[in-house]
Design a protein around this ligand. Structure first.
Ligand SMILES: [Zn+2]
Length: 219
C-alpha cells in the first residue's frame, strides 16, 4: 500500500479547484453554482471536458494508480522512454472513472492519467442482484455483467452481503472505488496484462447502466 501512496499526485483536488478558470460552458455553469450535482450533468447528457468539473461535483473522489509501464519508442533522435500510468478514480458510491496518461516523468504521467480518469467518470448502478441474498440494498452489481478489452474478459456476478470482493487485486481496487462491496468475478484470457484487465473491469461495470433489464420496463 505504501508504494501506492508514494505515487499519488502532488496537488490536491481542492488546490486544483482554487486555480480553476473554466474553459467550457458546463464548467462555467458549475463554478457559478447553476449546476450542483453530477446527476444533473448525466441527466442532461452533457460532456465533462474539464477534470475540475468532476472535482467540483464529487468532492469525495479518491484515486488509485493501477499500473505504470515504461514505454520505449524509436524516434529519429534515438530511443525515447516514457511512462504510461493507468489511474482509477471513484467516490465509492456509484461513480467511477479510468484513464491513462503518458509522460517522461512518472509523476506527470500519473497526473495526466488522473485527469483523463476524471473525464471518463460514469455512473455505476449497484444493486443486490443475488438470489441468495435478496436484501435489496445496493451492495453488489444489479445483475451479471461482462467486460472485454483486447484478449481479456471478465464476468462480474452478484454476490450476497458480506461476501466481499472475490476478485484479483486490481479488480478489487476498481470495484471498491465504484462502491461495489460484494461480488464474484471470473476472468479469462491475458488477465496479467494489467491495463487491459483494468479496462475490462471498467467496461463490465459500465454495463450496469447501459443494459436495460426487464425490471426497468416495469418501473
Ligand atoms: Zn443483498
Amino acid at each position: 500500500m505504501s508504494r501506492r501512496r508514494d505515487r499519488r499526485p502532488q496537488q490536491s483536488s481542492s488546490e486544483r479547484l482554487e486555480q480553476w478558470v473554466p474553459r467550457t460552458r458546463l464548467g462555467k455553469m458549475i463554478q457559478e453554482g447553476r449546476i450542483t450535482s453530477i446527476e444533473e450533468v448525466f441527466m442532461a447528457g452533457l460532456q465533462m471536458r474539464e477534470p475540475q468539473i468532476v472535482d467540483a461535483l464529487l468532492p469525495d473522489l479518491q484515486e488509485e494508480v493501477i499500473n505504470i509501464n515504461l514505454v520505449q519508442k524509436q524516434t529519429d533522435a534515438g530511443e525515447k522512454s516514457r511512462f504510461k500510468a493507468i489511474v482509477a478514480v471513484g467516490n465509492r458510491d456509484g461513480y467511477l472513472g479510468l484513464g491513462s496518461g503518458k509522460a517522461s516523468q512518472v509523476r506527470t504521467a500519473i497526473e495526466k492519467g488522473a485527469a483523463n480518469a476524471r473525464l471518463n467518470v460514469v455512473p455505476i448502478r449497484r444493486g443486490c442482484g443475488s438470489w441468495e441474498c435478496g436484501c435489496g440494498e445496493p451492495h453488489s452489481v444489479p445483475f451479471q455483467v461482462e467486460g472485454k478489452t483486447g484478449a481479456v474478459k471478465i464476468v462480474i456476478v452478484p454476490g450476497p452481503r458480506g461476501l466481499g470482493l472475490v476478485a484479483s487485486e486490481v479488480a478489487k481496487v476498481i470495484l471498491g472505488l465504484a462502491g461495489v462491496k460484494d461480488c464474484w468475478t471470473r476472468s479469462f484470457g491475458a488477465t496479467r496484462t494489467i491495463p487491459s484487465f483494468a479496462y475490462a473491469v471498467f467496461d463490465a461495470v459500465k454495463k450496469t447502466y447501459s443494459l436495460i433489464t426487464p425490471a426497468d420496463w416495469v418501473r
